[in-house]
Design a protein around this ligand. Structure first.
Ligand code: GLC
Length: 613
């Protein structure tokens, strides 16, 4: 248990930030200062309840605030049931994760959900209960401590933006309790809903069009950004903020070391705006961060904001106003797939150039895909160019062409369109990385080799580009699309199940055989992880700097003075001009670079290190 002096010291240090953010959000409401006192008291109680092992972790994190950005930090993301059946089953896979070099495990939501469709666990009925089929809170605490012993940080999904319509708060609201009705957004008339709708986007335009659902018992239209059974919480109500903030601390006290703040961009609403990433949403992030710094400083917050790079970067905050520790680099991820489709790294370069400086001790999650679709809109600001123009129609046309490349089945890729929007707008695509990279269609050894090269190229980028790399379950085993969802009435309507397969036991026992597909890809990822270990300059602390190249398909950047990484997005050989300087050594191929020009094979990459003479 931390002593009170420790809590008071942290409070003294971060109180101003916490109070400033909460005052910006709720300062004008009657009773604010009494509410604030109550909130601070609940933080103190939760900090005092922290186990000694967690308090020790907190002290270590305070002494080394960039601990999670070290090169050995490699992440893995999976569903509990699809990976290990239960929380206990996930614990049993720790040795497997260790064999891949994993130090951070993100489990998709495992909280109690209603029967039927739960949007893959994102419609939570009870945040303080585990879905019975996965286990109990005791199993979670056990998993967290087993992970900690193995040096793996456990990241839980925290669905901040909404609850299931069967959550007790929603049930009480339906039953007419005004206190709980105020937990949600209810618009009495369709005209009022339409007034908001005029400036809102749509997340699921086909399966859940619109952002409001008529609920007769609520006497109006409930805000439902996602599915009708997911009710958006009202963060303008301080009671909602306090509930969710205290929840985070209670779960952290069970040993959870990181939280993925799901759909963080949508938390605040204002008429006449897209209601995404509003300034108040950032105040919520700052308040949560200050709370963590005070009560549980080893806990990481990760924003799930799938947006253009400038908007996503804002969630990492600044030195003066820190927000989350980690944020998804959706721009880099989508630009990698765009480069593969276009055989041109121009958009990737534009994304890298657009990354603003972020706060010290904060960094990106760099990844190749996740459990969601790959949506192209984060690329819109960079998809224009002086030749194609920046106007909407040409940008959308270009994104549409990239999208079609993965879904039309004309080339190597096998993917499926996701919720295509109206007209020319490209919404997203589904598919396992291996299938999008060509493994599902490959029939000959050269085609297989090419598909593996493309998959490794994208993972090589994720491992080298200045973030905590995240592997999505199945990619390490070269698992391809799971088309079986089409025959399951419970999942057939939701195309994202295409890339949410069950963990392949059969493939996993072959990882040590280099003659097998899983063996080749697993070894490739291991090699990237091992190379990273010797290259502290690859940590997110130094940002990538572009190195100009004549060949459009070649992306080349340096990481500090002594590392250069280059990636060829072309189906042909491309020339790489190695920057002048002392001799370079190719770390992945373990060989010296013969001269100043290197030929990168189709979809080839090099990570170069200056030789110590
Ligand atoms: C996030 C999740 C996604 C889910 C949505 C609504 O975007 O990643 O899977 O559908 O939130 O909770």
């Amino acid at each position: 248990m931390p002593d009170d002096g420790e809590f008071q010291r942290r409070l003294a240090r971060h109180r101003t930030a916490l109070v400033a953010a909460l005052t910006a959000l709720y300062g004008t409401l009657p009773g604010f200062s009494a509410w604030l006192d109550g909130f601070l008291a609940s933080l103190a109680a939760r900090a005092a309840a922290r186990a000694e092992s967690l308090a020790a972790r907190d002290r270590a994190a305070e002494a080394d605030p960039g601990w999670f950005l070290r090169p050995e930090m490699i992440g893995y993301s999976c569903y509990v049931d699809r990976f290990g059946s239960t929380l206990e089953g996930v614990a049993a896979r720790i040795p497997y994760l260790q064999s891949l070099g994993i130090r951070y495990l993100h489990l998709l939501p495992f909280w109690d959900v209603a029967d039927g469709d739960s949007d893959g666990g994102f419609a939570v009925r009870d945040y303080r209960r585990i879905a019975p089929r996965f286990g109990t809170l005791a199993d979670l605490a056990h998993l967290a401590s087993a992970m900690a012993e193995a040096g793996i940080t456990l990241c839980a999904d925290l669905v901040l933006n909404h609850t299931a319509d069967t959550h007790p708060w929603a049930m009480a609201a339906r039953a007419g309790d005004p206190a709980f009705r105020a937990y949600y957004h209810v618009l009495p008339s369709r005209a009022e809903a339409d007034a908001y709708e005029a400036s809102l986007g749509q997340v699921f335009p086909q399966t859940a069009p619109g952002n409001f659902t008529h609920v007769p018992e609520m006497g109006g239209w409930v805000w439902t950004t996602f599915y009708p059974f997911q009710w958006d919480l009202n963060y303008a109500n301080p009671a909602v903020f306090a509930e969710m903030a205290c929840l985070i601390l209670d779960l952290a006290n069970l040993g959870i070391g990181a939280f993925r703040l799901d759909s963080a961009a949508f938390l605040w609403k204002r008429l006449g705006t897209p209601c995404r990433s509003l300034p108040e949403t950032h105040e919520v992030m700052r308040a949560l961060r200050a709370m963590i710094d005070i009560a549980a400083p080893s806990v990481l917050l990760k924003s799930e904001v799938i947006a253009p790079v400038q908007d996503a970067a804002a969630y990492l905050g600044s030195d003066a106003y820190p927000e989350c520790h980690l944020a998804y680099h959706a721009g880099l991820m989508t630009a990698g797939w765009a480069a593969l489709a276009e055989q041109d790294a121009g958009t990737l370069r534009a994304v890298i150039e657009a990354v603003p400086p972020v706060a010290a001790n904060a960094g990106w999650i760099t990844y190749v895909r996740c459990h969601d679709d790959i949506g192209w809109q984060p690329l819109a600001p960079q998809a224009g160019s002086p030749t194609t123009g920046f106007d909407d129609a040409s940008v959308q046309k270009r994104l549409r062409a990239i999208s079609d490349f993965y879904t039309e089945g004309k080339g190597f890729a096998r993917g499926a369109a996701f919720q295509s929007g109206a007209g020319d707008a490209a919404h997203g695509i589904n598919g396992m990385a291996a299938s999008l990279a060509g493994l599902e269609t490959a029939r000959t050894e050269p085609d297989i080799q090419a598909a593996i090269a493309r998959l490794m190229l994208l993972y090589g980028l994720a491992f080298a580009a200045g973030g905590v790399p995240l592997i999505t379950m199945g990619d390490e085993l070269a698992q391809t699309n799971d088309w079986s969802f089409q025959h399951d009435p419970a999942r057939a309507h939701e195309g994202r199940w295409l890339h949410r397969p069950n963990f392949s036991e059969a493939a996993s026992v072959r990882v040590s055989d280099p003659g097998t597909l899983p063996g080749r890809v697993f070894a490739g990822l291991r090699a990237l992880a091992t190379a990273r270990l010797c290259l502290p300059a690859l940590s997110p602390a130094t940002a990538p700097r572009l190195v100009a190249q004549a060949a459009p398909p070649v992306l080349c950047f340096s990481r500090g003075p002594e590392i250069v990484a280059a990636f060829n997005f072309s189906a042909s050989d491309s020339k790489l001009s190695v920057p002048p300087g002392p001799a370079w050594y190719d770390i992945l191929a373990s060989q010296k670079i013969p001269g100043s020009d290197v030929v990168l094979p189709p979809w080839g990459m090099v990570w170069l290190m200056q030789e110590i003479v």
